[in-house]
Design a protein around this ligand. Structure first.
Ligand code: GAR
Length: 188
C-alpha cells in the first residue's frame, strides 16, 4: 500500500480527479494537505471521504508539515495547485518523490507569481499559439525541477484566459493521474 499526500491551496479539482481515478485501485491511498483552511479542496475531500488537514505557511516553515507527512507514513507527495514553496526539510526527506503540475509549457511562464489564472492571462497577452501542461520533479526553485511530461493544446486568437484555463484543465485531468500511476509503479 502506497500513501500519497495531495497538496493543494485552492479549488482542488485536480485532487478530486486524481482520487476518482484511483478509486478502485486498492494499492494506493490518499490524504489531502492544504495551507489554506478555507480552500474548497477540503469540501471535495470530505465528499470523497478522504482525510484533509490544514497547515499554514508558518507551519510549513517550522517543520509541522514534515511531521504530519511522516506521521501519515507518506511515500509520495503530489502538488496539485499548491502555491507555497516546498520547504527544505520536506525536499530532503522526499528527494525524487515530489512532483508538481504546472499549467503551462515550462520553462515558459514559470517562476514566482506564475500560477493559475496569472499564467493563462500572460499566455493570452503574449498572443501565444499554444500552451499546455508540465509535470515535473520539485526542487528548491519554483518550477525548475526535471521535466517528466508535457502535453500541448492549441490557442486560437479569440481564446480568453478562461478558455485557455479550460483547455489546460482538460489536459491535466487526462494526464496527471496516469503519470502519477506510472511514477509510483517505477518507485516500487
Ligand atoms: C491547476 O491548473 C494547476 O496546474 C495550477 O493550479 C491549478 C489548480 O486547479 N498550478 C499552478 O499554477 C502551480 N504553479 P485546481 O485547484 O482546480 O486543481
Amino acid at each position: 500500500m502506497k500513501k500519497i499526500a495531495l497538496l493543494a491551496s485552492g479549488s482542488g479539482s485536480n485532487v478530486e480527479n486524481i482520487i476518482c481515478y484511483f478509486r478502485n485501485k486498492s494499492e494506493i491511498s490518499f490524504f489531502v494537505l492544504s495551507n489554506k483552511e478555507d480552500a474548497y479542496v477540503h469540501q471535495r475531500a470530505k465528499k470523497l471521504n478522504i482525510l484533509s488537514y490544514t497547515i499554514n505557511k508558518n507551519g510549513f516553515e517550522t517543520g509541522k508539515a514534515l511531521m504530519l507527512l511522516k506521521e501519515n507514513k507518506t511515500d509520495f507527495i503530489v502538488l496539485a495547485g499548491f502555491l507555497l514553496k516546498v520547504p527544505e526539510d520536506i525536499l530532503k526527506n522526499y528527494q525524487g518523490r515530489i512532483i508538481n503540475i504546472h499549467p503551462a509549457l515550462l520553462p515558459k511562464y514559470g517562476g514566482k507569481g506564475m500560477y493559475g489564472s496569472h499564467v493563462h492571462e500572460a499566455v493570452v497577452a503574449n498572443k501565444e499559439t499554444e500552451s499546455g501542461i508540465t509535470i515535473h520533479h520539485v526542487n528548491e526553485n519554483y518550477d525548475e525541477g526535471q521535466i517528466i511530461f508535457q502535453s500541448r493544446c492549441v490557442i486560437s486568437p479569440a481564446d480568453t484566459p478562461e478558455d485557455v484555463a479550460a483547455k489546460v484543465h482538460a489536459l491535466e485531468y487526462e494526464h496527471f493521474p496516469k503519470i502519477i500511476e506510472q511514477i509510483i509503479e517505477r518507485k516500487n
